[in-house]
Write a protein that binds this ligand. Structure first.
Ligand SMILES: Cc1cc2nc3c(=O)[nH]c(=O)nc-3n(C[C@H](O)[C@H](O)[C@H](O)COP(=O)(O)OP(=O)(O)OC[C@H]3O[C@@H](n4cnc5c(N)ncnc54)[C@H](O)[C@@H]3O)c2cc1C
Length: 372
């Protein structure tokens, strides 16, 4: 596919997002079939200016009040390709964390890296043998251990990798962020970790960083900054936006399948589609609400309360759409070249996000104990 069809950064973000989404739709079957890093799609995001759209002075500058537009863009990219949405969301998250916690020198360096085309991400999840940063003489740090679910894999050349800071004296240890310059290292990548039914193109492999040496200029923020609220829990609205895009794609393809088979006059099918439309529209309303709260509120507990509701509600809407689409199209609708089987597989896997039970509990706790 010729890259010259990529929309140019001069168009509005909404229009760029929608053009990109259509391209992703054209490429989707091939990308899903190869199951690897979605290079064509990520290049399109770079060439259209979307990867730098969250830098200072750019259309989605985090310092501006652009949360509704960002959530909308994430939803549109997710509709085009959920794996790409996952990688893009990690890039946005990382640049936001840099905006919050980096020194001025670091911001200059990492923003410049982003402009040069480096992809960022956030790799926090680990299983056994998690990451530790051992302090050594001369302000150096030795990395030990691995992360799981490293979306984007080593194509993310500037991941924020969290880990336990191990000081020579035991003061000021904690959960430390560092930006690892992976273009200068060759960490061990365990691709066998990511044998998954969906989201294969997110290439969320396990990566071992043992032996990588860092300077203090590579550490981002203070220990435990990563867990600071409302940014940690509030960020859930971003993955919820991407997920809703997945549900929207399923709604759209369920509709075209039924139309093609002349099954759109059936009252039961109409009812199911109606339920899906209500679910997707409700998700969009939640995203608008989240965008406006993030733009206007400084009340950390309230932001978390809303973010937890958004992610819980959207996960439910997505599950409802999966179920209704499944009933609507039957096994025939799930056979390639129909796109629905891969869309379902991706969304089912991408619905797995951290601590869903805890998020719902926190909603109940806030409501029970919070202001009346
Ligand atoms: C496609 C994809 C890409 C990802 N990319 C990244 C990435 O780039 N960076 C990154 O850091 N992470 C990434 N992740 C990881 C993701 O953020 C979650 O951390 C991870 O999916 C959670 O693990 P789990 O799905 O096994 O769920 P679990 O956390 O094991 O949860 C499963 C169930 O157990 C419940 N539960 C959780 N803890 C407890 C407990 N202590 N006691 C009882 N019940 C509990 C949960 O509420 C849930 O119902 C990715 C995940 C996916 C699916």
């Amino acid at each position: 596919m010729a890259i010259s069809v990529i929309p140019q950064p001069t168009s509005s973000l909404y229009s760029i997002g929608n053009q990109i989404k259509s391209l992703f739709g054209e490429w989707a079957a091939d990308t899903y079939a190869h199951g690897g890093y979605p290079a064509l799609e990520m290049r399109a995001l770079a060439d259209s200016g979307l990867l730098t759209s969250v830098l200072p002075g750019a259309p989605l500058d985090p310092a501006g009040k652009h949360h509704p537009e960002l959530l909308d863009l994430l939803r549109i990219i997710g509709e085009g390709n959920l794996s790409v949405g996952r990688i893009f969301e990690g890039h946005v998250n990382a640049l936001q964390l840099i905006g919050l916690y980096a020194t001025e020198d670091q911001k200059e360096r990492w923003y410049d890296d982003a402009r040069q085309g480096h992809l960022f991400g956030v790799w926090n999840t680990e299983m056994g043998h998690g990451v530790r940063y051992h302090e050594e003489a001369g302000g150096q740090y030795r990395t030990e251990g691995s992360k799981t679910y490293c979306s984007g894999s080593v194509q993310v050349t500037r991941p924020i990798v969290t880990g336990q800071l191990v000081k020579s004296r035991d003061d000021n240890s904690g959960w430390q962020m560092a930006v690892l310059p992976l273009d200068r290292h060759e960490p061990e990548v365990d691709r066998s970790f990511w044998t998954t039914a969906g989201m294969r193109n997110s290439v969320s492999y396990k990566i071992d960083f043992t032996g990588i040496h860092l300077g203090s200029e590579d550490l981002l923020g203070e220990p435990d900054d990563y867990n600071r609220q409302p940014h940690l829990s509030g960020g859930a609205v971003r993955f919820a936006a991407v997920q809703l895009g997945g549900a929207e794609a399923i709604l759209e393809h369920t509709r075209t399948f039924l139309q093609r088979l002349n099954r759109s006059e059936d009252p039961v099918q109409r009812r199911r589609i109606g339920q899906m439309v209500v679910a997707v529209s409700s998700g969009k309303l939640w995203l608008q609400q989240a965008g406006s709260v993030l733009n206007s509120s400084t009340d950390s507990d309230h932001i978390i309360f809303i973010a937890n509701q958004v992610r819980t509600a959207i996960a439910e809407y997505c599950r409802l759409c999966l179920d209704l689409s499944d009933q609507s199209v039957g096994s025939r609708g799930m056979l390639p070249p129909e796109p629905l089987a891969r869309l379902h597989a991706d969304l089912r896997v991408y619905l797995r996000q951290p601590a869903p039970d805890a998020a719902l509990s926190a909603i109940g706790q806030y409501f029970l104990n919070g202001p009346s």
